[in-house]
Design a protein around this ligand. Structure first.
Ligand SMILES: [Zn+2]
Length: 65
């Protein structure tokens, strides 16, 4: 029996779990603007499987050619 793939939640690296982050409105106007995080849909967490590029081998297995 194969293991059931469980969706593991990880802290969103873009907003660091806040669900939003601040950006400067423009170069001339250095005003902090709060934007909702599109990466995690303001959840602060993302499914680990969605970002397999960040975590390459969760099991510690390395593919050899
Ligand atoms: Zn986020």
């Amino acid at each position: 029996m194969a293991k059931e793939p469980k969706l593991k939640k990880i802290i969103c690296p873009r907003c660091r779990g806040n669900g939003f982050f601040k950006v400067k409105e423009s170069v001339e106007r250095q005003v902090d603007k709060v934007v909702q995080c599109p990466m995690c849909n303001s959840q602060g967490e993302v499914d680990e499987t969605k970002d397999s590029s960040i975590i390459m081998d969760a099991d510690g297995l390395h593919r050899m050619h």
